[in-house]
Design a protein around this ligand. Structure first.
Ligand code: C2O
Length: 586
């Protein structure tokens, strides 16, 4: 368990020696001249990896609109400002170690000159429609394969090459960049509100590059329709032909044709199978209903704000949490293959090396669109924080121009020239599946043993067994314009995959699943980078209003909270549990 001072020390250490980001495996060497390497094709992560290097102009990077922010260093009043780009004056050499090649140096560099991206007028006439991957026709498949084949055939130093595109994601995944003005603060596009807009822009350019490589300005990526039972498996275009450029050998071989489990937990009893039971389908639909429809607030859905001067990884939104599970379900299973770190999809640094990544994120992006435009009860609000809207990212476009884009310009995907083929949304109506277990069960079935009952909470709390405690609610009925959120502050190791489930008022029955009203949700991390111990603090948020109603507990003074660890070599530490009252809609 790390204390606060440990965290501070780690930041100081990072500032001095920058053992930063985005490891590169042997298939994706960093593109700098200082590196000597062998030809091995084995896959493994580096022990320490780097953020980037002086010779790789293509992946750099920066966030934020505040170019003059250097003097704000350690100025707490800067909290709340948009994230700033990396500080070019803070460019140092990092040390990278691989089991194969030993230690070598890698240079970190200032971002190259850029221009502000102008959304092309042709987006209106050359519209792109992203179609469900399990429904595309042969003509489309041939085009898609050819585009990826050409991208993979580009020279390594071409910023449009598949390698370089994958490296862009890698660079943003694990503290590869420090914020300008805050040399001890990482930039990370995961586990906060940066997640959705970053990946939207990332796919936007990836898609345009593919289109330009095959001379088709209307070429669109497919989406992995995992929110529909017909799409809850890996799309066959990625799995059936092992010679296809869409194929990646580094996937969980047992899941290639299997029905997806959105509550996948690396359980050794996991028995993947092709044809799902009704319960398995409904478990997935109930999960999507809970995570997408019942998350009405931006922070709960998109993740928490992340401003200049703040530590990254503030809080996963439910969109990202569901996405995490699918990543890990797709990558090699590190429990049954202990030599693997979960590559490619199951760990962030390597995830974008699998072509299925872009199809997965196409659906993540589509769910964002649905959330802001198509939900019953009125659309949910899109990002509006003025500072956040100025936050920027850097990419290479299809003409190899290095451009700056801003969050505010990507909120409406039709402006970016694409939309999604419509599909049924069966999870919208899956609320009826969610029932109170304590009413329906015949006899309590004690599957797990609660090993610790904690009458009073004392933090830190190590979740190494099933824990149960009571949490008092703020005064009931205080303000009808407010709602309640259970906030669990978690500290965990970013290099590890961990999951724990939270049950509310489960009345001693721990056999709780997604279709039970007592199921509060799952905290699911997606590791950034193997063998990199870095303690991260995150808040796990569970909106309570619907849940309390379903449990007939709206007038209770307290709730019972059960924490049930599902996997993780290193248990998480809970730093606090409380119920917050927040405005009804933000
Ligand atoms: Cu940047 Cu699916 O992650």
């Amino acid at each position: 368990m790390a204390s606060i001072s440990f965290l501070i020390n780690m930041n100081l250490y990072a500032a001095q020696s920058l053992p930063i980001c985005g490891s590169f495996s042997s298939l994706f060497p960093p593109f700098q001249k200082t590196r000597q390497r062998s030809k091995s094709k084995r896959h493994h992560a580096l022990r320490v990896a780097c953020s980037g290097d002086t010779n790789r102009r293509d992946i750099l990077i920066g966030l934020g609109g505040l170019y003059g922010a250097t003097s704000l260093s350690s100025n707490l009043s800067a909290l709340g400002l948009p994230l700033s780009p990396p500080d070019p004056t803070n460019c140092v050499t990092s040390t990278v170690v691989t089991p194969e090649n030993g230690t070598f140096k890698i240079e970190c560099c200032p971002p190259p000159p850029f221009t502000d991206y102008v959304i092309p007028a042709s987006n209106n006439t050359q519209f792109r429609i992203r179609k469900a991957a399990h429904l595309v026709d042969d003509e489309y498949i041939a085009k898609y394969k050819e585009a990826i084949r050409r991208m993979k055939a580009l020279p390594d130093d071409d910023p449009r090459s598949f390698k370089q595109q994958a490296a862009v994601h890698c660079a943003y995944c694990a503290g590869g960049y420090k914020q300008k003005g805050f040399p001890d603060k990482d930039i990370d596009v995961h586990e906060s509100w940066l997640f959705a807009p970053f990946h939207r822009w990332y796919l936007y350019f990836f898609e345009r590059i593919l289109g330009s490589l095959i001379g088709d300005p209307t070429f669109a990526l497919p989406y992995w329709n995992w929110d529909h039972p017909n799409g809850m498996r890996m799309p066959s275009i990625f799995t059936t032909d092992t010679t296809s450029p869409l194929y990646d050998p580094l996937r969980d071989s047992r899941h290639l044709a299997a029905f997806m489990d959105l509550n996948f937990n690396f359980d050794k009893e996991d028995k993947p199978h092709v044809n799902p039971t009704i319960k398995e389908i409904n478990d997935n639909l109930a999960t999507l209903h809970r995570e997408f429809l019942l998350k009405t607030d931006q922070t709960d859905f998109f993740g928490a704000p992340y401003h200049a001067g703040a530590n990254p990884n503030t809080s996963y939104g439910s969109l990202e949490t569901v996405h995490n599970t699918i990543h890990m379900w797709t990558g090699v299973n590190p429990v049954t293959n202990p030599k693997s770190n979960g590559e490619n999809m199951g760990i962030l640094y390597s995830a974008a090396r699998d072509p299925i990544f872009y199809c997965h994120h196409s659906n993540v992006d589509r769910i964002w669109n649905i959330w802001t435009t198509q939900l019953p009860g009125g659309p949910r609000s899109n990002f509006s924080d003025p500072d956040y809207l100025e936050t920027s990212y850097f990419f290479y476009d299809e003409n190899k121009n290095y451009v700056r884009v801003k969050v505010k310009d990507c909120l409406d995907s039709t402006r970016l020239g694409y939309d999604y083929q419509r599909a049924d949304l069966p999870w919208l109506n899956a609320g009826g599946l969610i029932k109170r277990k304590s009413l329906s069960r015949v006899a309590p079935k004690q599957v797990f043993k609660v090993t610790k009952i904690l009458p009073t909470l004392q933090f830190p709390l190590i979740v190494d067994s099933i824990l149960r405690t009571t949490v008092n609610r703020p005064k009931v009925g205080a303000n009808p314009l407010e709602r309640e959120v259970l906030v669990i502050d978690v500290e965990y190791d970013k290099g590890q995959r961990v999951r724990f489930d939270v049950f509310i008022n489960d009345e001693d029955d721990d056999d709780i699943g997604p279709q039970d009203a007592e199921f509060g949700g799952s905290f699911v991390t997606l590791p950034h980078h193997a063998n990199q111990t870095k303690v991260s603090s995150s808040s796990f948020r569970i909106p309570l209003n619907n849940l309390l109603q379903a449990l007939d507990a709206t007038n209770d003074e307290s709730i019972t909270v059960t924490l049930c660890p599902k996997y993780g070599k290193v248990p998480v530490t809970i730093k606090g549990i409380k119920i917050e009252r927040v405005p009804l809609l933000k």
